[in-house]
Design a protein around this ligand. Sequence first.
Ligand code: PEP
Length: 250
Amino acid sequence: MSKRKLAAGNWKMNGLAAALSEIDALSQSLQNADREVVLCPPATLVQAMAAKTAGSPIEVGGQDCHAAASGAHTGDISAEMLADAGARYVIVGHSERRADHGETDDEVRAKTEAAWRAGLVAIVCIGETEAQYRAKETLQVIDTQLAGSLPDSVTGANTVIAYEPVWAIGTGLVPEMDEIGEVHGAIRQRLSDRFGADTAAAVRILYGGSVKPGNATEIFAVPDVDGALVGGASLKASDFGPIANALAGH
Ligand code: PEP
């Protein structure tokens, strides 16, 4: 069975209740196609967005979760809470969490396990910094992050990988298409080495970093790109709709 391509939007710390009106516009703009569309709003909007998208092709995800199911962790949210609020996905290890909160690969692995425990699909983010890119360390960084951030029981159903060069996030910069292809191919190979060829083929590998309506078609044509994790351009249905629709032909 071929895997379904995925367009996932990360609203980051953006969106008050009024922003939910974008859901109506997005629903209207989505063409019927065999691909998945996920929006990850701030935690305050997960439940309302899940209620609003019920019965639509749009699914909801969280942006982070704690590794524990409950407990004395003020301000944190567990994967179980996200699932209870109607989420089906959760982003873990986003570079902004790794940078702003010092999240390590070990913590990301624990969060991935927490996501699975709650029945969520983990979108595990990896990617090199600009300095690492310039030093040509990308594949080494990817190897280390994959080895450390992924638990042993990865399947195509419980895990999505998002390759997001840190220097491409929110900057308007995008790697050359052959660079994206090289990294995605390397990720697929590492998955195959560790989890076997069938699992590697089933895991979706998203590209993230300044994906826009104007470059989505070109990026989606790159081998081993199974969709996108989109930040800024996911906030407006007029941008995210065309990106999700660009997946339809791939
Ligand atoms: C992101 O933060 O995951 C992201 C890809 O952001 P942007 O699309 O704005 O570069």
